[in-house]
Design a protein around this ligand. Sequence first.
Ligand code: FAD
Length: 458
Amino acid sequence: MNTVTRPRILVVGAGFAGVECVRRLERKLNTDEADVALVTPFSYQLYLPLLPQVASGVLTPQSIAVSLRRSSKYRTRIIPGGAIGVDIKAKVCVIRTINDEIVNEPYDYIVLSPGSITRTFDIPGLTDHAFGMKTLAEAAYIRDHVITQLDLADASDDPAEKASRLQFVVVGGGYAGTETAACLQKLTHAAVKRYPRIDPGLIKWHLIDIAPKLMPELGDKLGKSAQEILTRRGIDISLGVSIAKAGPEEVTFTDGRVVPTRTLIWTAGVVASPLIATLGAETIRGRLAVTADMNLPGHDGVFALGDSGAVPDEAKGGDGAICPPTAQHAMRQGKVVADNVIATLRNQPLKPYVHKDLGLVVDLGGKDAVSKPLGIELRGLPAQFAARGYHWAALRTNVAKVRVATNWTLNALAGDDFVRTGFQARKPATLKDFEYTDSYLSPEQVRDQVEGAGTQEP
Ligand SMILES: Cc1cc2nc3c(=O)[nH]c(=O)nc-3n(C[C@H](O)[C@H](O)[C@H](O)COP(=O)(O)OP(=O)(O)OC[C@H]3O[C@@H](n4cnc5c(N)ncnc54)[C@H](O)[C@@H]3O)c2cc1C
């Protein structure tokens, strides 16, 4: 019997935006009003802001992977795979399932929340040698990789090899890069005590950014405080500098310096998921150009939000500004978009998304932090309480909250064992391997696939 007589709502991506949307649809829609499906390559929602703490071993990977199947009350059909194209005319989403089948999924309403990928530039060697900090696999990989460098440096008698294994470069002075450099420096600083053959003076972390300031969104004073904390801890900060070239054993900075290193972590911004380009619709810096109610103009059932939607920032007075790509916005947009999907379904008016930014919290590891909640500038322990308190409260399930709190406590009391798991050793580990950036179809390939040709192997 064909059960699909109800309108079909398809949500793409189970991140901050997608999961909030789905949970609200489940709560507010009557079961006979619509069918809800969620396309997601993973069975969890990733709490990205705590990723640097997974890389540094303060948290286990599972503690920030919040299950999508925690409750039997959840009635959304989960499609395990990634959307690789959307035909908004035919109202079909093309999905590559996790067992590599290509499936055409028809929909009546689609909510696009596939988030973003690491933004790269045309720098020689970059995509082959840099790691990002966007996925759980990347964070776990980087942790193992950093510990591997210590293990191999300890075992080596070659000064050149030691030097390149013990220098680490992080590009990107936004909160993601700054937290990554800060947390990983804590890791190597603590770990080196267990490596008697390594001179701690040889370990060097570099944090570089082409911008003149670290985390400009924090304001001058707090940005400077963060810089002072990191410099005091021995992190070499270079501003106005980027990467000219990356190789397997060295990186060349744009100021001419050549740094021997086997660890280049690239966190210089994000760009909307390549899925958005497959629609062939208008975009703003890669994000789908939607209205304040997150609807694609001219296409009533198409919505986009989070890092992949260019949602006008109405709280800024409608001067053309779009909401920054943050979890803070994505979560709240998820709720509003669910209301708007339901309103469309019920022929009711849509409501615009308006949210005034609550500020930023930055965990620099241990007792170090800088935060600016509601415009109040905090440093040290109060900032750390604000940072951890905010993240803890924002975790979606109680189980995740307990896991994270237990991990924090355990780490504070017992420290880290610096175990290298080796799970991902010898696997390809470029940005495209972790973020599947080459899986997407072109708009023409989407059309062919939907019309039944489907001959191209993307
Ligand atoms: C290291 C780091 C630290 C951060 N710290 C903060 C912070 O402190 N505060 C803050 O507000 N923001 C922070 N952010 C930004 C924040 O995490 C993002 O803005 C937020 O995750 C965006 O939510 P989203 O739902 O749009 O995307 P995501 O949460 O990234 O979710 C997208 C989901 O879609 C899935 N997906 C991707 N492609 C497809 C596809 N083709 N088909 C189906 N599913 C797909 C992904 O697997 C993912 O589950 C941080 C980001 C990083 C990387």
